[in-house]
Design a protein around this ligand. Sequence first.
Ligand code: FRU
Length: 514
Amino acid sequence: MKNHLIPLLLLAALLCVSCQSSEKKWRIGISQCSEDIWRYKQNYELQLSQYADPRIDISILSADDNDERQIEQIRQFLHEGIDLLIVAPNKAATLSEVIDSAYDSGVPVVLFDRKTNSDKYSAFMGADNYALGSMMGAYIAKQMQATGTLVEITGLKGSSPAIERHRGFMDALQAFPGIRVISSELGDWTEESGEIAMQQILDELPGLEIDCVFGHNDRLALGARRVLMSAGKTDIHYYGVDALPTAGGGMECVQQGILEASCIYPTRGLQLMKLATDILDGKPYERITTLTSTIVNRRNVDILLAQYQEQQRVSNELERAKSKIDEYFLQLNQQRKIILAFIIVTVIIITLVVLAYRFYAAKLHLNEEMVKEILAGVTVAKEEPKPSESEAAPDTPPHAPALQPELTESSFLDRFRTLLQSHLHEPDFNVERMGEEIGMSRVQLYRKVKTLTGQTPVELLRKARLTRALHLLQTTDRSISEIGYEVGFSAPSYFAKCFKDEYGKSPGEMRNES
Ligand code: FRU
């Protein structure tokens, strides 16, 4: 096992962990011009689309009908580094520049519902507001039997749906000269602005008989209605656009007779997100997607609402299933992390054990080699070389510890071996004596010998005695007791015991074998 195995294994484990979490996500910035029930429905659908495609990471900001805020929010998205921008521009002219710059910087731009004044966008999705205005104009004119007074309350001045709905509406009404149209441009898509616009008309034309009101959306129509109702005008018919099927939306108003009719202005969040991901995936896509709209009136509202409720039921089920799946994956992920951590820890432990084993095996081998080296020379008795006159300190007593300079490993071993060779025959040669001879305390000697050989000095002395005894047994005729005494054992029985412990055979058995 290589020494750099641990870092490699850890790296691999870390890579595994990061692989789990590094799946590429598409960051999609959604810039909503307004905040109202139409936007809520669409935002909900956009959020839902994340279930269908987990790569989508969406962030929705709403400008609350404020141009400057929307410009700022788009800049923020670009600064954060989004992969695609979906935007409903508040006013076409004001928002064009920042949206153009997003497009020019290489960020794909999907316009929906509203347009800019420029051609710099990747795709547009929305209803044909001119056709929608025209359809409503013709429908209302027919309901009015081509005669009477009709008030139009337009959406936000300068926003593309208001411009186009008005144009379509007016063009359609040209075919009905018996209808007098009074238009107010004070609306800004909110219900309050519908009230203000209607109030102003009443103030300016006090005796005006109104037959119908067309609001560019349902909220404008409802605002106008509130003013007219409080002015006691109860027999006016109201028409709007959006026909939301959600609670408090246009469909309910049609069902309850509050609105005469409305026109579906589709939100289609899922379809919009599919278009966005197709662009990001480099798949072919339609640059302009025109969503169809339908008039909702008392004849079809029940069926349309029932259809929507069924859709809702299904999507609620899906949401429930999705949250269960999420929970399951969360648990799975946690388990994966625990297993991974367990594997990493196990690998580290195994690696450490193997390394420790290798270290100790190497150390053991080294120790064995040292012991062999020490014992190699002990078979023969040797006279310890006398120190020369010049080396000997003049007043050093015969057995006083010589003051030794720090011995190197090999010179220490040489010295130790020589000591054993020359003194092992002496029964009183013990650790103290060794220490004295070598110039070390008992403890120092013990530590040094143990570190270098793995054996204690006493063990080595005994081994040395037995090694020489074995040699003498095999090479001489001397009696076993004689040999015992000769290698420093003062009792033959103790010699025999130690010999058997070391070689597994008694000295007699050993001699018979040789
Ligand atoms: C929603 C809304 C709708 C209207 C559309 C026009 O914010 O005001 O009511 O039909 O925008 O863009």
